[in-house]
Design a protein around this ligand. Sequence first.
Ligand SMILES: Nc1nc2c(ncn2[C@@H]2O[C@H](COP(=O)(O)O[C@H]3[C@@H](O)[C@H](n4cnc5c(=O)[nH]c(N)nc54)O[C@@H]3COP(=O)(O)O)[C@@H](O)[C@H]2O)c(=O)[nH]1
Length: 916
Amino acid sequence: MTSPAASDRCRPRWLARALETHVALPLFAVLPLLAIWVATFHFIETERRAAVGAARDAVREQLETYEAQVARNLNAIDQTLKVIKYSVELNGTHAALPTLRAEELLPPGLVFQVSVADRDGAIVDSNPSMPAHDVSRAPYFTVHANGSGHAVFVSQTVGDTARSEPHLHFTRRIEDGHGRFAGVAIVEVDPAYFTSSYERSRGGELGLLALVGSDGVARAVRIGDKVSWGQPIALDGIGEEALAPQPTAPDGIERYAGARRLAGFPLTAVVGLADSEQMAQYEQHYGTYLVGATAASSLLVAVVAMISAWSWQVAKARRRERQAQQTYAAASEASPDAFFVLRSVTGADGTIVDFLVEGSNSRSELFTGIASEALRGQLLGDALPYYRTNGMWEHLVQVVLEQRVIEAEWQAASGPTAGRWLQRQIVPVEGGAVAMVRDITERKLAEERIRHMAHHDELTGLPNRSLIRDRLDQAVRNAQRNGGHLALAFVDLDGFKLVNDGLGHNAGDELLKVVGSRMEACLRRTDTLGRLGGDEFVILLPEAGESPLALTPVLEKIRQAVTEPVQIGDQAVRVSCSMGVVVYPRDGEDPKTLMMNADAAMYRAKDLGSNNFQFYTREMNASVEAKLVMLEDMRRALDTTLADETHDATDGQAPALQAPAGRFHLLYQPKVDLRTGRLFGVEALIRWRHPEHGIVPPMRFIGLAEESGLIVGLGEWVVRTACRQAQLWRAAGLDPLTVSVNVSARQFEEKRLVDRIAGALRDTGLPPCALDLEVTESLLMRDLNQAIERMRELKEMGVTLSIDDFGTGYSSLSALKSFPISTLKIDKSFVRDLASSSDDQAIALAVISLGHRLHLRVIAEGVETVEQRDFLLANDCDEMQGYLFSPPVPAERITEMLQAQQRQPRDVAQLAGARA
Ligand SMILES: Nc1nc2c(ncn2[C@@H]2O[C@H](COP(=O)(O)O[C@H]3[C@@H](O)[C@H](n4cnc5c(=O)[nH]c(N)nc54)O[C@@H]3COP(=O)(O)O)[C@@H](O)[C@H]2O)c(=O)[nH]1
């Protein structure tokens, strides 16, 4: 059987649309509308026909009446004329009327004026009497005198000298016994006499009665109350029957008109009834019909419009609902979620006992293992019994009872999704609930990954700073609660930087991983090893005893494990570690203090030569504080130094070369050509004149400046000052010197280094080739590609580059080949024992040979003795620098040396030696 819904679906869309009330009803409403108007016009037409018929009948009837009346009147007039004529012919002209009067054969004088004219046209007698007058020139007299006819003559309506009121003359010829003209019998009649039969009730205000002569001139006309005459009235278009209204003279009003010729007289009786009056009632009905039809139509249209509008709204709402349902169905099908429409099933006591599945999307099969068609109509308790145990049942009941949305996540324990993380959202609906279930396993895993990443170090997988902090907080709370103890150790690798810088980051990473796992192997499960970053680790021992000494075995074990060689590629490297240890509550009662003190202890271990562990003591914090004080002093010194220079520049004075206390200044150590002994360059070396501690050597503050980032500003000041000084020497006409400036790692990696160098050269005017930048091997190996790029930029600018401390790092020889450098500097550690150590000799010789093969100049630093110089000279080293020639000295001393060199080149060495 086809359900109504199914038949709806089968029906074509256009038909379904057309059958909707708001479309069909207006269409069907056209029929009654048509019927109304057809009937209305039918009635109107019928009425019109009836009105026209009535008008015609009225004309006919009135015409017949009028004709009869006029005929009667005319016959009476003619009878009078005949009587007068007979009397004249019998009694003579003069006695005719008196005879008739005596016989009472004369008509009443009020109606007719009767006269007799003799053959000469003189009125011989009249009744009622009137003065004698001459009518010989009147048309009727002429007609009768000249003619021989015996017909009645009817004159036009006129007024004349005898009677000013308008009147018509009806005349007959009088003849004597011989048939000769003997005079005229005259009857004068008031024209109103012929229209007195006019009845207003029948003729209306505009009805017309007219007596028209055969000459087409009206003898008498009456329209309403008004009587007139003399107008031409064409009789051609007026038949005996009034067929259709036509404009009629004298006023041109449309009338139904009929005309009848009057037998024996040259006259026609005309009756006209005004179309407007005859049709007035019809017109009135016509209007009423139209109003009625319009009202009925309007009512019909209004009702239809209202029903259609209502139906349209309903259809629209239904369509919207249908679209929403379709969209919802499509969306639920496309959704990654499973949808279940559930109806509550209640028991006899009204409590919810189960839920009936009214519908579900196809996705639900993945979650239930049951096809959605099969699931529909089943009780949830039968189809999916485990919903009673996974919290779903309680939530469904809660949602239905409390009418609120509930969301929850759970890990499925049974069913097709067992083991997966699911999320449910249950929404109350009429009579039940809709449950949406989503698989969130991926999200959970991702969250877990993110959580792990947030709490673990990516490289080693060890807990990171935040997790360590959490665990430390927890351990401190536990210890506080239980009155227990815990130990915390900060571990910093010694020599890691060398491996990382020298062998590259990958090697450094590998080293960190190996060392990390070794340390972890030394700990118990309850302990935590974490990485703070770089080469810093932290160890949390939450079950430590009160005595720090009890920790010694495990710390020693860790130290030894770290110092074991680590194989990285084909190279075995060895690092050690420095550890700082604190014990709660002895060394701090809160996590922050414990960490700070462990850090201080670790620094103490470093200061004590690394590869050892130190338990925290109160005095340690003093050295950390000292460092902070030193950093602050350094910042102030740099600000003061720069401010002094700005002052000097605005004063137009050269800056003071020997800085006062609280400032930085530069010393310059000469570089000489080993073969000629000529001073060709200087190395700029920074000094800090501390207001309390006097001269502070760079070894004590460069590291801190580097660590804090202050080196960038400080280094720029060094470059600018060295360039300015070198340019001053040049400007003084002394031998042009190359000035070397040490560039630290942080400076070299800073983005604006090239700009800063270019700015210093531009501002001081020193040619770029007079500036040499000394960089260490380990600095270059941190990021080889970037270092080469940076060196190229500098070389393109014209600046030369030297590798400082050569031999102490891990430069790969192939990398060295690609460095755009000009000089290799043999580190002073190899020069120191050159005279006695064959190893150092071998290294020095190797460096010289390598440099020359790469077409580089080789300079030895730290040359203090003649033996060292002689060895280097004998082995083809190019340049030297060291106390043997001169220690670092103020710029004025270099000026003196250059002046001496100019005077007598050989004096220079002596002068330098003497001052040193
Ligand atoms: N980034 C910067 N580093 C700088 C700057 N100025 C100096 N430094 C670096 O500080 C380190 C120590 O420098 P300093 O105390 O000035 O020592 C230099 C010389 O005084 C010393 N030297 C020179 N000749 C001899 C000698 O015959 N014997 C001996 N024992 N020491 C000698 O060597 C240091 C110069 O070394 P180098 O730079 O490798 O040429 C030092 O590493 C400086 O680089 C600065 O402005 N920026």
